[in-house]
Write a new protein. Structure first.
Length: 410
């Protein structure tokens, strides 16, 4: 038996332990434990005077500034002044940048009249509603996924979800938009799919692969929808706030990118290819290796997207999964809570599991729990296991797609 075959055989044996009954029981236990500690953390936070929502403070700050002095939305002293009032315990030099485009501050205005805690819980409730809708929509599209009753329990205790809620981040919204776009394209509504994808421009790095793929495949209706929605957002942001604010926004993004390059950000929590190499190597070598790995991934992606577009076929589902998984690896500002987006490829892989080796369950399990253990390993060793696992996942999606393609042509 070849070494590779022995490894695969061992992985399959471990995966065989993950029977549906065991998964359901473990997921139920994890859900109970997770939500018990989630609420206990918030109860104790008030007792100890700690403010919940580590990153949410940036959104609440933006809401306050946009409602009073919108021209100072990205002004650091103004941000610091407001955040010092919310968190008096903060050192004078510590603050959270608002890293989103001006138009994203417009819906945040609804939070301005609320107290910080009221706004945080309104944000958390909205995130949970969007997450629940995302799972329901995705399961409605994937008949086999609906057969697995444990999916909803697994989703309820997802570590990436807990990270998202504890930090007060926007990934639940991102997941909803990705899935809604997938829903429209599967229902034969390409314009609405593209229009939904355009809403993802609030994190423009999500379009780094999507936009070129749509252009190269000449998928004109989604391109039109994307162009209309993204342009409408940009124009509205400039009209309600100011055109100048976009220059301030890009300057802030560049500053934060430099901080990542200078290792001033918590790189163990980042999930991009660049963030994997940067703690270990000089910046020039990191960039070279990042480009090399990207070239391999792009080759796999190009192979998967060759041929005609067939959104109604399972091959398209795997193409969509690959694009989303690669986007996570290429998103410079992507952090561990963004692994919540793996909900999409995970359920699509389950739907098409006959084209994957049995150990796919083990791979998904490792990525499922990565938000808990990966930052700790990265802090201790400098090596983050998240990115190798994501690359492994892209490879398995690529192989599954090739098996599917060969079967259909044979």
């Amino acid at each position: 038996m070849q070494p590779g075959t022995r490894v695969e055989s061992a992985l399959n044996k471990i995966s065989a332990l993950l029977t549906p009954k065991r998964v359901l029981l473990y997921a139920l236990a994890l859900t109970i434990i997770t939500w018990f500690f989630f609420f206990m953390i918030h109860i104790r936070a008030r007792a100890f005077g700690v403010t919940p929502g580590a990153d949410f403070i940036a959104f609440y700050t933006a809401a306050q500034i946009a409602g009073t002095t919108p021209e100072k939305l990205y002004d650091v002293p103004t941000q610091q002044s407001i955040q010092q009032q919310i968190r008096p315990d903060l050192p004078p030099t510590r603050h959270w940048h608002y890293l989103y485009p001006p138009f994203f501050a417009i819906p945040l205005l609804a939070l301005a009249p609320l107290t910080y805690l009221q706004a945080y819980w309104a944000w958390t409730t909205a995130s949970l509603i969007l997450y629940a809708l995302s799972i329901l929509i995705l399961v409605s599209l994937l008949p086999a996924a609906a057969e697995a009753g444990s999916i909803f329990v697994i989703a309820a205790s997802a570590p990436a979800l807990i990270w998202c809620l504890l930090t007060g981040q926007t990934t639940a919204l991102s997941l909803f938009l990705w899935i809604l776009a997938f829903y429209w394209i599967k229902r034969g509504k390409p314009f609405f799919s593209g229009f939904t994808l355009g809403l993802l421009s609030y994190r423009f790095q999500y379009l780094i692969l999507l936009a070129p793929i749509l252009l190269l495949k000449k998928f004109w209706m989604p391109i039109l929808g994307l162009a209309i929605s993204s342009s409408a957002l940009i124009v509205t942001g400039g009209w309600v706030l100011s055109v100048r604010s976009y220059a301030d926004y890009f300057e802030t993004v560049l500053v934060m990118s430099e901080r990542i390059g200078e290792k001033l950000q918590p790189l163990p929590k980042y999930i991009s290819i660049y963030a994997f190499f940067r703690p270990l190597l000089p910046n020039s070598v990191t960039i070279s290796l990042t480009m090399l790995v990207m070239a391999i991934l792009v080759y796999w992606l190009a192979q998967m997207w060759r041929g005609s577009l067939r959104p109604g076929k399972p091959t398209f589902d795997l193409q969509f999964s690959m694009t989303l998984t690669m986007t996570l690896l290429l998103t410079h500002q992507g952090l561990i809570y963004d692994l919540l987006l793996l909900t999409v490829p995970a359920l699509i892989i389950y739907e098409n599991r006959s084209w994957f080796p049995p150990y796919y369950k083990l791979l998904l399990l490792l990525l499922y729990f990565a938000p808990y253990y990966a930052p700790i390993i990265a802090e201790k060793t400098g090596v983050n296991p998240t990115q190798p696992l994501l690359i492994w996942l892209t490879y398995e999606i690529y192989r599954g797609s090739e098996r599917m393609r060969l079967s259909s042509s044979g």
